[in-house]
Design a protein around this ligand. Sequence first.
Ligand code: AMP
Length: 409
Amino acid sequence: MFKTIDKLDVKGKRVLVRADLNVPAKDGKITDTTRIDRSAATLTELAAKGAKVIVLTHFGRPKGREEKYSQKLLVEPLAKAVGKPVAWADDCIGPEAEKLIAAMKDGDIALLENVRFHPEEEKNDFGFAKALSGLGDVYVNDAFSTAHRAHASTEGLAHLLPAAAGRLMQAELEALGKALEHPEKPVAAIVGGAKVSTKLELLGNLVSRVDYLIIGGGMANTFLFAQGKQVGKSLCEKEMADTAREILAKAKAAGCHIVLPVDAVVAGEFAENAPNRVVSVESVPEDMMILDAGPASAETVIDRLGGCKTLVWNGPFGAFEIKPFDAATNAVAQWAAERTKQGKLLTVAGGGDTVSALAKAGVEDKFSYVSTAGGAFLEWLEGKDLPGVAALKIIPAKTGGGCGCSCSH
Ligand code: AMP
């Protein structure tokens, strides 16, 4: 469906790689290099194949050229990650970039300044994309996390140069494909988190794709309320009750089993170690709030998952940031990790707080795949076509005397 770098002939070619090096930083110092380290695989592979590797990325949300968002601070950690010097140009188009690229030798790696210093980037301006495309012969997109945005460097370029997915993008698309597009059945999805209102499209998409939809977190309260249960002081979007009932009806029509909590951990306040107790969802006290799914609910979830081959997970079962309201999330996550290890369950998770909830449960690296893509992962769960991914399936309009890849266009 999409081309990978296996299909590209890159020797001696200028390869523009859109990476996601948007690392967290404080006071001009990078606080976590994970994104840089993970991007290294594609860059070093292309360099080893004799490409001139030119890295495009964004950093922060600059409004035009703002020096505090300069990517110069990325040069050193990137050089460390790829194990060789990284050349630098302080603009991503124009004479500076052209001069630098003209001096590159096969196997060299260069980083260009923030693509978002040009407002045309986020407008997917054709002229800007064209200027970028003039710097390369081939385009590789390795930034799944920005693929839900149709920007010049994430989408526009794919229409102007022979394009392929980098290794990170490939891993993400393969994992997501196995989880929802062509999964081993039965498939379950866990959707937790705070509110129904932020996950409507996601729930609507999942009910028609999965066999079990397990609902947790604050949003489960809205579903319980919609079924006529009292939820006391719990987070609950009462105005969404009709919507929740519609989702339940849609699930029924699609043959999707909805799994809701049967018991809950309740407390008088949203606070660490607040005095708490377990109650049935039929008898939540008026002056208390649900802060986690109870042990019987976690058991029920595990029981349902026991018959499944694939699990997609977004959102915690409770207020996992404050103890002990992380118990249900931890119990199910640890069970799913063990099941993954046994080769009995394919587990794909991501989006928002899910990565930190799984890290807290100690299983972040024990799932089949944990996506750190945030918004792009959620849009994928919503069933949307991500423009950056869709564009990789498009044959470039201008192929001239050969598109540079090993395919037949
Ligand atoms: P989301 O970003 O939608 O995945 O929501 C994650 C947030 O939902 C976390 O900050 C949790 O603390 C919160 N959350 C989960 N369950 C509850 C609950 N029962 N009551 C209040 N907040 C919750």
